[in-house]
Design a protein around this ligand. Structure first.
Ligand code: ADP
Ligand code: ASP
Ligand code: MG
Length: 622
């Protein structure tokens, strides 16, 4: 007999009939001899409706009251599902997050789960009941009170009342509730039932010929989820990865097997501090890299495609690529290659620079800079998702060690910095100590990831809810990135795609560079205000925000060590005359910022360029 946690999303419980059919499905699993904990979302678009109501009353409603309001949606659906099961003769009980004891931190609207009591659920399961739990919500145990002191105080004479507060985990958080319950109960598996057949190569609402994947690694899914594929909440994937929970995403309407999200081999971890585990698992370095930068290339479609097209004809494997933005008609593109490929890469870049320039009216010639004396140092770990303080802490650590950062590239689970080769050892020692990483730092080339598909790109994602923020003329000395990103982290603003430009200008006798990054659109205004204070302090130019952007990304563990992947992607965009504003890559993803109006076309172009389209017809409910 297995213990299974099933989760049903909003569409799957969107009407009485659908709740009844969920009850049938649950019953079938029970009849097959399994114990079931079922997590449900609010019915249909209930949560959106509640948000709208709040916005009609207040433009800036209190986060506590938002939690009070939004958590009601799930309370309706658990009661109805429990009744539907009882109607079928199946004993069932519904429980809210608080009744279960899903204890979270006291961060309204984005709380992380600290631990989950299993005793009450276990008791009902042992009595043969199906336990129906409200997703997306939890409870705090009271400010300043540990659990033990809370219990003690409630039995003493004049107990200070622990302030129990209802929290929510953030939109889409029911997936996270389900996987966390599975981890805490040590369930045999967690099944996420939704309105599509599983994880597809793209969102079928945007790319009609998207295809189903039968398997995907946690690392790939983490990237896709955080780059805009909302089929799974990224934190759910993080928990599955950290606790080795077997995770399946499948359709609520069919019996097809769906997609298996493959977790790495299970490392035993304490359930205590569930979502607040060690944010950084590993410090990695790579001293076998060299940097090539092309300054002042024209800012128009096709440039990146041309450059990396040439590079790939030489079969050179490019690792990091970053392209930042500039106020003029030119851009800079920088990339790293292995040291032994440097000579060839430099020759290609030098040959192509005048060609790229063509007959444009760019006053200064494009320039190629190379540097073989570099090292890439990275911190990695799924626990850094949504925790803006972690990248800031890395930059601070490097600044304190007197290490200047030349390039920064971030992904959801990794932050990499290119530094001077002479600084590598110092950087690693400092990072290991800050993040309490005791295992010896890994040389990147040896740190091979699990991959089971030779395809370079497994899936693509689009995020239309991002804004680009650029800070111009930041002094080029240690500690600047640390100051900037610390200030943002203090405001709890998560940033993505941090890019520091290659071009250095001397203004007022100080060398300066631009730093650009993306944030969720909702955070853009707050980011700008925070930065205005910072630039005053460090004395740099101006802050520029652009809301009309889209971020389009391709993900796949197979792209590592395969030359030509980036070139193919850039070529697909060039063919559609799409200009690339920013580029950031990690080992398993390539992200580009493009104009918002071109986002969907860009997504479709990349999907088709990597042969992901197919003839299988995916049904998507309205
Ligand atoms: P639920 O209410 O079941 O949690 P969501 O709406 O949160 O469902 O997530 C399912 C939706 O995610 C799908 O209907 C689809 O439009 C969207 N989606 C985005 N990217 C993908 C992808 N790569 N694969 C499958 N679905 C995706
Ligand atoms: N009902 C919540 C939301 O719409 C949580 C969820 O569905 O996962 O965001
Ligand atoms: Mg969802």
């Amino acid at each position: 007999m297995a213990l299974i946690v099933q989760k049903y999303g909003g569409t799957s419980v969107g009407s009485v009939e659908r709740i009844q059919s969920v009850a049938q499905r649950v019953l079938k699993a029970v009849s097959a001899g399994n114990s079931l904990v079922v997590v449900v979302s609010a019915m249909g678009k209930t949560t959106d409706g509640l948000v709208k109501l709040a916005k009609e009353i207040s433009t800036n409603p209190s986060r506590r009251e938002m939690d009070m309001l939004l958590s009601t949606g799930e309370q309706v659906s658990i009661a109805l599902l429990s009744m539907a099961l009882q109607e079928l003769g199946q004993p069932a009980i519904s429980l809210t997050g608080a009744q279960v004891g899903i204890v979270t931190e006291a961060e309204h609207t984005r709380a992380r789960i600290l631990r989950i009591e299993t005793e009450r659920m276990q008791r009902h399961l042992n009595a043969g009941k199906v336990v129906v739990v409200a997703g997306f919500q939890g409870i705090t145990v009271g400010a300043g009170l540990t659990d033990a002191s809370a219990q003690q105080s409630s039995t003493s004479k004049n107990p200070p009342l622990p302030e129990l507060e209802i929290t929510t985990l953030g939109r889409g958080g029911s997936d996270t509730s389900a996987v966390a319950l599975a981890a805490a109960l040590r369930a045999d598996c967690c099944e996420i039932y939704t309105d599509v057949p599983g994880i597809l190569t793209a969102d079928p609402r945007l790319v009609p010929d998207a295809q189903l994947m039968d398997r995907i690694t946690c690392d790939e899914m983490l990237e896709l989820a955080s780059l805009g594929a909302k089929v799974l909440h990224p934190r759910a994937v993080e928990i599955a990865r950290n606790y080795g929970v077997p995770l399946i995403v499948r359709s609520s309407w069919t019996d097809e097997p769906g997609t298996l999200v493959v977790a790495p081999a299970l490392q035993p971890r304490a359930i205590e501090g569930l979502e607040l585990v060690h944010p950084v698992d590993a410090v990695e370095f790579d001293t076998d890299q060299a940097k090539v930068a092309l300054l002042r290339v024209p800012d128009r479609p096709g440039v990146a495609a041309r450059l990396f097209g040439e590079i790939s004809t030489q079969n050179l494997d490019v690792d990091l690529i970053i392209q930042s933005i500039h106020e003029s008609v030119t851009n800079d593109i920088a990339f790293t290659v292995s040291k032994n490929a440097l000579k060839k890469a430099e020759a290609v870049a030098a040959a192509i620079a005048p060609v790229l320039r063509g007959n444009t009216n760019i006053p200064e010639a494009a320039e190629v800079m190379v540097d073989a004396q570099i090292a890439k140092v990275s911190i990695a770990g799924a626990g850094m998702i949504g925790r803006p303080g972690v990248a800031a802490q890395m930059f601070t650590t490097l600044a304190d060690a007197g290490v200047n950062i030349q390039m920064i590239s971030t992904s959801e689970v990794k932050v990499s910095c290119v530094v001077d080769a002479d600084d590598c050892d110092r950087a690693i020692t400092a990072l290991c100590s800050t993040f309490d990483v005791r295992t010896s730092p890994m040389h990147r080339r040896q740190a091979s990831e699990s991959k089971f598909s030779p395809a370079p790109v497994r899936g693509v994602a689009l995020d239309l809810n991002q804004a680009r923020v650029a800070i111009r003329y930041v002094p080029d000395r240690p500690g600047m990135a640390a100051k900037i990103f610390q200030a943002l982290a203090k405001q709890n603003i998560s940033v993505d795609m941090i890019i520091q430009s290659q071009r250095c200008r001397i203004v007022d006798g100080t060398p300066r560079r631009d730093i650009a990054f993306t944030v969720a659109s909702g955070d853009a205004e707050a980011a700008k205000n925070t930065l205005l204070a910072v630039i005053e302090e460090i004395g740099c130019g101006e802050v520029v925000v652009d809301n009309a952007i889209a971020k389009v990304s391709a993900v796949g563990t197979g792209m590592e060590g395969q030359p030509g992947v980036a070139a193919r992607l850039f070529e697909a965009l060039a063919q559609h005359k799409i200009n690339i504003q920013m580029i950031a890559t990690s080992e398993i993803k390539i992200s580009c910022v493009v104009d918002q109006d071109q986002g969907v076309t860009a997504l479709q172009a990349i999907h088709s360029a990597f042969g992901l389209s197919g003839s299988q017809k995916i049904q998507v409910p309205a």
